[in-house]
Structures are given as structure tokens and as C-alpha cells.
Design a binder for this molecule. Sequence first.
Ligand code: B12
Ligand code: SF4
Ligand code: SF4
Length: 387
Amino acid sequence: MSISRSISPEQIKQKALELGFHKVGIAAVEEWRGEGGEGGEGDGEGEGGENPKSFGFLADYGNERTAATDSLSASYLLREHQHVAYSRGLDNPSPPSPLETWLTRGYHADMDWMANPRRRDIRAVMPSVQSVICVALNYYTPHQRPDEERKREGSPYAKISRYGWGRDYHRILHKKLKTLTLWLTSQGPDTEPIEARYYADTGPVQDKVWAERAGIGWIAKNSNVITREYGSWVFLGEVLTNLKLTPDRPHTQHCGTCTRCLEACPTQAITQPFVVDANRCIAYHTIENRAETLPPEIAQRMQGWVAGCDICQDVCPWNQRFAQETDVAEFQPYPWNVAPTLDELAQLSDEEWERRFPASALRRIKPAMLRRNARANLDASTSSESS
Ligand code: B12
Ligand code: SF4
Ligand code: SF4
């Protein structure tokens, strides 16, 4: 049964903002044809053109064309086509969705859970779903990592990604999403119960795809969702509901002809615009890879990263221009997360790990993995010094 009219999208958005989310938008599950979205401004051949006019910092990309950007207009067509296939659900999965292509290429590495068939169709997650209420939570703080060349007590610094500096984002998002979900389900008459379920990161839901459709931001060439207001320093989550709500317009694409992230990635993990091969991604190897040692071709190029990797976000002009400090106090960094040294992490005991990372998303990186990551960086710097 689908429910309409018992509560307005505006009321839901207001409640989400009151709960502290920084952005909220709504996507419809039923039909999504890309009208007024990717077909609108910023799309296809002309998509690089508007950026230099409205945003001076992108002007230096105006006429730049590389092999990556040359394939872009074709890619956009493909992408739009694939989004239409998405909207038709699993009954007509031709051509394959980007997720299927990604899995077929083996880009998920050892993350077998990415192949969960429910991830391909949101109706398999919640059969009654009609709308997806998408939220974004800004986590940026202005702290900066020490300069590359600096050392403390003779040791180079280790780099921890911003997502892991403060309190575990899953706890913060889930708490707010739970409150929103409970509030939503309490709004309907008993005769027409409102159903709602929330997800953020850990569920078999494609957070970025829904965020783009709900107008939160666009899936960028580094594969993260960028918002106009906060850059890509946002966590994403969503509430699935059986309410039929008027959707927002999908977000338009604003990478233009820029290719900074593709060029900056030290392992060429962004194999083509929008597509990240986890096998080559430092974030994957530092967070998810459980092997005793890291592949040498990755270990040589980690540039100090021990927990995730922010390179393709740090170089992004949208982040450099629009990042703003979060008002979520829990995202302020634990002091030891911004500038640890490789030596101290390479020797970190299990007890010290427990003490340092009590309520952190970094707990996914077990102490032996953290030691492994730090040692890989130390070995790489020793071998580059001796060669
Ligand atoms: C698996 C996963 C990873 C993997 C794989 C990364 C990846 N890009 O898929 C690893 C461990 C490497 C990873 C790393 C990171 N992750 Co992660 N990750 C996820 C997870 C669980 C699933 C993502 C997913 O569905 N991937 C599968 C592929 C198919 O999807 P995709 O990357 O979105 O790319 C597709 C689209 O871009 C689409 N597409 C769009 N346009 C076009 C055009 C063409 C031509 C084609 C072919 C395809 C295409 O096809 C692409 C694939 O082919 C989500 C949470 C969730 N449940 O969604 C978080 C999530 C994406 N991660 C997140 C974060 C913060 C990170 C890191 C920044 C953490 C860090 N600092 O180290 C890095 C960023 C690395 C990067 N550049 O992507 C956030 C991103 C927030 C945001 N603003 O977008 C999410 C959304 C978690 C959350 N709820 O907040 N992650
Ligand atoms: S997170 Fe790092 S390794 Fe992964 S794609 Fe971005 S720059 Fe490359
Ligand atoms: S650096 Fe930012 S704007 Fe440039 S292509 Fe990458 S994601 Fe897009």
C-alpha cells in the first residue's frame, strides 16, 4: 500500500534539518528518467562551459582536454542510459548498471558483501518503498596535517583520513536517522501506517546514487558525492519509506573538464572518470584489506596514509573553495588522530589501540592492520632513500 498526503515533504525536511542534518532531499523510487537532471545544465559536451563563468577557481580548466575528458561525453550518455535502466529495476537490467559492471570487472577486490543482490534493487531491501529521504552530514574541521617533510622525534607523520578523526560517524548518523524514522512513523493515522527504515554506509543501499537523485550533490569523477555547500566532506544516509512524496530534482554534474583527482591519485585507482578500482585504492588497502602484507605496488605509493586516503578529495577545487567547519562537536578530532607518527603506529600495542580508538570508525582497522600500514610506509621511505 502506498501512502500519500499524510505528511508533506517540507515537514520532513524541516524535521531533518532540526535534527542537525546539513542537507536533505527526496528521491522517488518509482520512476526516474533523468528529466531536468542530468539532461539539464552541466551535462554532456557543454558541461565544462558554465563552470569558469560562475566559479573563477575552475577557470584554469576551461580548455583543458585530456584522454579522460575526451571520453566524457560518451560516458555521460552511457550513464544516463544506465540510470534509466536503474529506474526499471531488476526486471530489465539491460544494459548492466554501473554497479554490475563494477562487480564484473572485480573492482570490489575482497569486498564480497558488495555483491549482495539486494544492493542492486532497493525494493529488495524494502518491498513497500516509494521514496528515499536522503541526508548529508558535514564532517569537515579546519585542522591540517603536518607538512610532508616534517618529522616528530625523528619519525615521519602518519596520515589518517578526515572521516576517522572524530567520533564514529556511523553512531552519529544512525542516532539522528533513528530519531527521524521514529518521528516519521508516528505521523500517520493507525489505518495507514507509515513504514520507514534507515541506512547509512553499512546497509545494502547505494548511498551516493540516491543522494544524487535526491539533489544532495553529484557523483563526481573521484566517485564521491560533492555538495555545492560543503564539498565532498559529507557523510550520506537515507530513510526509505512507503510514503509517496514529491521528489526533488536530481543534481546536475559540475566537475566540468577538471581531472585533478585522476591525476593526483598515486596508484591510478580512478581508472576512468567516476570509476574507482578498489584493488588499486589506498583507502581499500588500509581499511578493508586484511592480508598480512600489502601488495608491493600499493605499499610503495602510500605517501604516509595509514587509515583511508583523502588525496582525491584534498585536490578537488570544490573542497578547497567550499569546505566549511562542521557544527557537529563529535567530529572534532581526537588530538592524537591528526598528527601521529609512523613509528608510534608501527609499534602500537593492542592495549594502546583500544585506548586511542574507543568510539572511532577507525576500529574497523584492527591493530595488526594499522601496524602493517605504518610499517609499509616506513619500508617504502627506507627503500626510496637507499635507491
Ligand atoms: C565500497 C565502498 C568503498 C570502497 C570502494 C569505493 C568506491 N568508490 O566504490 C573503498 C573501501 C575503496 C571506499 C573508499 C572510500 N569511501 Co567508501 N563506501 C563504499 C560503500 C560501502 C559502497 C560504494 C559503492 O556502492 N561502490 C560501488 C560502485 C559501483 O559505486 P560508485 O563508487 O558509486 O561508482 C559508480 C558510480 O559513480 C557510477 N557512475 C556514475 N557515473 C558514471 C559514469 C560512467 C561512464 C560509468 C561507467 C559509471 C558511472 O558507476 C560507478 C562505478 O562504475 C559506500 C556506502 C554505501 N552503502 O553506498 C561508502 C561511501 C561511498 N564511502 C565514503 C567515503 C567517505 C569513502 C572515502 C572518502 C574514505 C577515505 N577517506 O578513505 C574513500 C573514497 C575513495 C573513493 N575515491 O571512492 C562515503 C562517501 C561520501 C560522499 N560524500 O560521497 C560513503 C557514501 C559512505 C557514507 N555513507 O557516507 N569506499
Ligand atoms: S582514495 Fe586515494 S588511492 Fe583511492 S582513488 Fe582517491 S586518491 Fe586514489
Ligand atoms: S578534482 Fe573534484 S571537480 Fe575535479 S574532476 Fe575530481 S571530483 Fe571533479
